[in-house]
Write a protein that binds this ligand. Structure first.
Ligand code: TYM
Length: 327
């Protein structure tokens, strides 16, 4: 029996190379090894205001990008979260087993609600309960995510344990798997901040569907420092971040990369990185255009994905309801 992988991604803003290098790339690479379930989490997206038309379009775009990146519908299930009502239903039940104090410790809520203050929605606060439901519905063993989601997966384990302690063995305990390199790709404009979908500055992130010219110009303008040598030094976050992107797109080892740029300047390095990223994303972009040339194709894959995921989710939900005494 293969282990089960589950992971999710929000259809908000533009999907960037942080999402790709921190998560999607690993989902694709380990598909054959696991039994995979991937989810476009539109219910998570509405924890902050969304334009309905844009949300619907972005949901399909993201699914198309995941297939284009190499998620293979024969090896993996990919579906839209709101197509399976068990997610919202289990989230409600889990809510009743998660102490407020656990939620109040979530650093992502603190960051995301900082500017919204009292206007932050209850859904944004409760976001980790829905994420726990996503994971626990599928008897998940492994959750491959970037660094920022680790705390949420740990909360998922905690609530699963608490539920199991009360009602007996019900949920499998999931493990977060965080890549050693690329788990936290930083913003190009400010390398002290995580690359994020919601950042407004257009120079902040490279999006997966950016044109070659845009990619080159964003990288040429990326913030570095006033030093010269090109070395993997975490104390110099700008150049370090660009080197990590170079490393992940080329698969070269760090000493080889440093040797290649000995005596060269930042402009030479950025120019070469631009070509590497343009070429690295080209197959994905070509495939995306092919897949989306027939607008009904992605929808048909998604509805098939939901049909495969639904029975798995409903089985877990039924067991949970029975244990709790519902119905
Ligand atoms: P989301 O949509 O913000 O991000 C999707 C994945 O990309 C990773 N990621 C990054 N990795 C490296 N560097 C970055 N700058 C960077 N930014 C994002 C994220 O860690 C994530 O793995 N709550 C989740 C979605 C979700 C989920 C789940 C994930 C909902 N349910 C169940 C796993 C399991 C989120 O908002 O990811």
């Amino acid at each position: 029996m293969k282990k089960r992988v589950f992971s999710g991604i929000q259809p908000t803003g533009n999907i960037h190379i942080g999402n790709y290098l921190g998560a999607i790339k690993y989902w694709v690479a380990s598909q054959a090894e696991y039994d995979n379930v991937f989810c476009v989490v539109d219910l998570h997206a509405i924890t902050v205001p969304q334009d309905p038309k844009v949300l619907k379009t972005k949901t399909r775009e993201l699914a198309g990008l995941l297939f284009a990146a190499g998620i293979d519908p024969k090896q993996s299930i990919l579906f839209i979260q709101s197509h399976i009502s068990a997610h919202a239903e289990l989230a409600w039940i889990l809510n009743c087993f998660i102490p407020m104090g656990w939620m109040q410790r979530m650093t992502q809520f603190k960051e995301k609600s900082h500017d919204l203050k009292e206007q932050a929605s209850v859904g944004l606060f409760d976001y980790p309960a829905l994420m726990a439901a996503d994971i626990l519905l599928y008897d998940t063993d492994v959750v491959p995510v970037g660094e920022d989601q680790k705390q949420h997966v740990e909360l998922t384990r905690d609530v699963a344990l608490r539920f199991n302690n009360i009602y007996g063995d019900t949920f499998r305990l999931p493990e977060p798997v965080i890549p050693q390199v690329g788990a936290r790709i930083m913003g190009l404009d400010d390398p002290t901040k995580k690359m994020s979908k919601s950042e407004a500055n257009p120079g902040h992130a490279i999006n997966l569907l950016d044109s070659p010219e845009t990619i080159r110009s964003k990288l040429m303008r990326a913030t570095t420092d006033s030093l010269r040598d090109i070395r993997f030094d975490e104390g110099r976050p700008g150049i370090y971040n660009l080197l990590v992107i170079y490393e992940l797109f080329t698969g070269l080892r760090r000493p080889e990369i440093e040797a290649r740029f000995t005596g060269k300047g930042y402009a030479d390095f950025k120019r070469e990185l631009g070509e590497i990223v343009v070429e690295g994303l080209r197959p994905l972009q070509t495939r995306y255009r092919e897949l989306t040339s027939d607008p009904t194709y992605i929808d048909s894959l998604l509805s098939e994905g939901a049909s495969r995921a639904r029975p798995l989710a409903e089985k877990t939900l039924a067991a949970v309801k029975k244990k709790v005494g519902l119905g």
